[in-house]
Design a protein around this ligand. Structure first.
Ligand SMILES: NC(=O)c1ccc[n+]([C@@H]2O[C@H](COP(=O)([O-])OP(=O)(O)OC[C@H]3O[C@@H](n4cnc5c(N)ncnc54)[C@H](OP(=O)(O)O)[C@@H]3O)[C@@H](O)[C@H]2O)c1
Length: 338
């Protein structure tokens, strides 16, 4: 029996915010696995901010998705059929290059087995996957937090920020989150153990609101968003502060690139601060270390997480758009199979 594979292909480049019409859902025949390959069926598809760069038509740190090409993206999938002795039908795996589709073939080297005893398998896309690893290496290796220091995290209620803030708490720091709603702020301080959190949309004078929670200045800043939020943070840095530039989502949907430049770098001079961009992929040879520690923290209850789950392959583009608009708490994923 031939399997039908529904795939989202890119039809046009967005100008500003994407719309679902930038993609088309097409039906094709599922691929057949060749020698040494496995056939995979998607259970959860990931939506991530980096995807905005891939549909821009311009090369970022990776090539863009061509028009007519299947949209990129990671998935958690079930092995349907295997010609690789390392994998058996029924195994659950994570595949960073799966794409927005229902079926894909792969060789085993691209796959990571998922341990369902650690929690819902979807966590392999979030806290026990790319977001957890980004938070782990960005906070510990770029920010180098010390016990007692003040750590500020922007995008703090998102997939990466919520983990970065909790790792800072585990490291013995004072943690202040910045997020975009009262509900998110309550989650950060109530469930995740942040010392304080600020709703940047309701704060009015964000600098003043942050200054109240950071009386000795900000030693580490894990930046997921850039833009005006980061402008406010930079004016409050402590001496020899460290900034991990993880993402700049406030700028990704600007139609004609950023309306303003990094105006506030002058604050780095007086404070002898250091800002460093990083990509999680640079730490590929240490993923085992990161996943082992993240898994242990989840198992013993030190690391909490939440997921926002959309249903059905029809809703994948909308999930991406809603995530960038702040509709998610924690990691946004789309369930496409049982
Ligand atoms: N360097 C790396 O290797 C790497 C790896 C993964 C992710 N990243 C980056 O990390 C950041 C977070 O990614 P994620 O996957 O964890 O997404 P996420 O935080 O789960 O979701 C994105 C969040 O960004 C916030 N946001 C959107 N527009 C904003 C704006 N103008 N100002 C402030 N906040 C805004 C929204 O929350 P609010 O409701 O709070 O506005 C939204 O929920 C992104 O910038 C991404 O590109 C980098």
């Amino acid at each position: 029996m031939r399997l039908v594979n529904r795939q989202w292909v890119l039809r046009s480049h967005p100008h500003g915010w994407p719309e679902p019409g930038n993609w088309e859902l097409v039906r094709t025949e599922a691929p057949s696995p060749g020698p040494g390959q496995v056939l995979l069926r998607a259970l959860y598809l990931s939506v991530d901010p980096y995807m905005r760069g891939r549909i821009s038509g311009r090369a970022t740190y990776a090539p863009p998705v061509p028009l007519g090409g299947v949209m990129v993206g990671a998935a958690v999938a079930e092995v349907v059929q295997s010609d690789d002795p390392g994998f058996a039908a029924g195994d659950v795996v994570e595949h960073a290059g799966f794409g927005w589709q229902e079926y894909a073939v792969s060789d085993g080297r691209a796959l990571r087995k998922v341990d369902p005893s650690l929690g819902p398998v979807s966590t392999a896309l979030g806290v026990l996957g790319m977001n957890g690893l980004t938070a782990y290496f960005g906070l510990l290796d770029v920010c180098h937090p010390r016990p007692g220091e003040t750590v500020v995290v922007s995008g703090a209620a998102g997939a990466t920020g919520s983990i970065a803030g909790q790792i800072a708490r585990i490291a013995g720091c004072r943690v202040v989150g910045i997020a975009g709603s009262a509900r998110k702020v309550a989650w950060l301080t109530g469930d995740l153990g942040f010392d304080a959190a600020v709703d940047y949309k309701a704060a009015g004078d964000l600098r003043a609101a942050l200054a109240k929670h950071c009386p000795d200045g900000i030693d580490c800043y894990f930046d997921n968003v850039g833009g005006p939020v980061t402008d406010a943070v930079l004016s409050l840095l402590a001496l020899r502060a460290r900034i991990a530039v993880c993402g700049q989502i406030a700028l990704y949907n600007e139609a004609d690139f950023a309306p303003v430049g990094p105006r506030e770098l002058r604050y780095l001079i007086a404070k002898r601060a250091r800002a460093e961009g990083f990509l999680v992929f640079d730490y590929g040879d240490r993923y085992g270390e990161g996943l082992a520690r993240l898994s242990r923290w989840v198992r013993v209850g030190d690391l909490n997480y939440q997921e926002t789950v959309y249903e059905g392959i029809d809703n994948v583009p909308q999930a991406l758009i809603d995530m960038m608009g702040g509709e998610n708490v924690g990691k946004m994923v789309v369930r496409v199979g049982d």
